[in-house]
Design a protein around this ligand. Structure first.
Ligand SMILES: [Mg+2]
Length: 447
């Protein structure tokens, strides 16, 4: 790799050769410089049949998990303020807050909330919630990276002895009941609270990240243990019967582009039209669409697409979320109007999500400071899919958030589709080349 130090004039000249549109991305407060500038690839709007690969975001694009992420972020502010009920604090604001807490890195989301809700944050509550989150992560957490970060944070706040104490407990006792957990927390809070000094916003962010992840992972772990319905009731979430559901028509899209439907893709006309009709009353020529889908199905049977998931969630989260999504997809196939043998074949493909995708790129593959809107996760996906740079124009990408769309364009993906949904409807989608308000359905039905 050649390296050359050039002057400002040459740098500007070289930068301008990289494109005609650029994005300025703010960095977290601990990074120098405080912003980066990336060139964006040219916007493209090529038909699906020209594509050889699809890269797709997970939360909010493939699935509905944003609801859980938002809940966990709100939970963090509730813990930090002591305002645990909606009567004490109404919670996050859909219009004002949601565009800032979806699609970026967790650090950026937490930073935003701490800046916005700084006035109601009480350091005593912050300290108590930190001890609780740290002890939970060390005792019950399943992600090693997360544990390491908690251990680093404990040491940064001079609490290494709390870490040692918990390590000893883990050595003697493999299973700790919830009652025991409560008493461990209370004891630790009494013993260690006074030792912690919060020196400013960056300390609050560090702790906020631990509290957020603790809540999110606690919920994911319960989902993995089959408690999805119970949690849905507890949290009073109005999101249907499953806590983690695939977005509309994701199953049909994946089966079609992987060449599993063939001509039978035409049998999904009514299903797709129904989804489209929810948002528009435009008359659709069904026989034309039937023909279009049959051709698409046949095309991808001959030339299946490579598919990848690209998410700023860590691997531990993606594993639980995707296995839930594919469980639901497998059940969905039973209701499809296709032959029994085809159903069995598709269900087989849907049983193991990690075999279904050619690449699954998560935050664990990169580092927190290089997540979306930085291009790295998408660049990594293109590399793992073995797509040469000259073919980047044959890749289609789907994202529900502004950061994700920017990351994709920065990685060189010009066919860049925004799939807004309830939670991200306030986002700015100017980076997208297509805005598909009915999600992948709009792309499947577009000739
Ligand atoms: Mg998303």
């Amino acid at each position: 790799m050649s390296k050359e130090i050039v002057n400002k004039k040459t740098a500007i000249k070289m930068l301008s050769r990289l494109g005609s549109e650029f994005v300025i991305v703010d960095n977290p407060s601990y990074i120098n410089p405080n912003y980066d500038i990336f060139p964006l690839s040219k916007k493209l709007r090529d038909p699906l049949s020209k594509m050889i690969a699809s890269v797709m975001d997970m939360d909010g694009t493939t699935t509905t998990t944003e609801v859980l992420c938002i809940h966990s972020l709100e939970f963090m502010i509730r813990k930090f303020s002591g305002f645990l009920t909606p009567q004490q604090w109404r919670g996050l604001d859909h219009e004002k807050d949601f565009p800032n807490v979806i699609g970026n890195s967790t650090t950026k989301h937490v930073e935003y909330l701490i800046k916005t809700y700084g006035k109601i944050i009480n350091n005593d509550f912050v300290i108590q919630s930190f001890i609780q989150a740290a002890v939970w992560t060390l005792l019950f957490g399943k992600d090693e990276g997360r544990k390491r970060e908690v251990i680093d944070n404990l040491s940064a706040f001079n609490l290494s002895s709390l870490h040692n104490e918990i390590s000893l407990k883990l050595k003697d006792n493999l299973s700790i009941s919830l009652n025991e957990f409560d008493s461990i927390i209370k004891k630790a809070q009494r013993k260690y609270s006074k030792l912690i000094v919060i020196r400013g916003e960056s300390d609050l962010v560090r702790i906020g990240i631990d509290v957020y992840y603790q809540r999110y992972h606690e919920i994911l772990e319960r989902i993995r243990n089959g408690e999805a319905k119970q949690i849905s009731n507890e949290l009073n979430l109005e999101i249907g019967k499953h806590l983690i559901e695939p977005m509309p028509a994701i199953g049909v899209f994946l089966a079609l582009v992987k060449g599993l439907l063939g001509k039978d893709a035409s049998k999904f006309v009514d299903y797709l039209v129904q989804i489209k009709k929810k948002s528009s009353s435009k008359n659709i020529d069904k026989s034309k669409l039937e023909n279009h889908l049959a051709l698409l199905g046949e095309h991808f049977q001959k030339y299946p697409m490579k598919v990848a998931i690209v998410t700023s969630s860590i691997k531990y989260e993606a594993d639980i979320v995707l296995s839930e999504v594919f469980k639901v997809l497998t059940n969905e196939v039973d209701n499809w109007n296709i032959s029994k043998s085809k159903k069995i074949k598709i269900k087989n493909h849907f049983t193991a999500f990690d075999k279904f995708y050619e690449a699954i790129i998560t935050a664990t593959d990169s580092s927190e400071i290089r997540l979306k809107p930085h291009r790295d996760l998408y660049s990594l996906a293109l590399y793992r899919l073995s797509i040469p740079v000259k073919d980047f124009n044959k890749v289609i990408g789907f994202e529900d958030s502004e950061s994700g769309l920017i990351a994709m364009r920065a990685a060189g993906i010009g066919n860049c589709v925004a799939v807004p949904f309830a939670q991200t409807s306030g986002h700015n989608f100017q980076a997208a080349s297509i805005i598909a308000k009915n999600g992948v359905v709009d792309i499947l039905t577009k000739s």
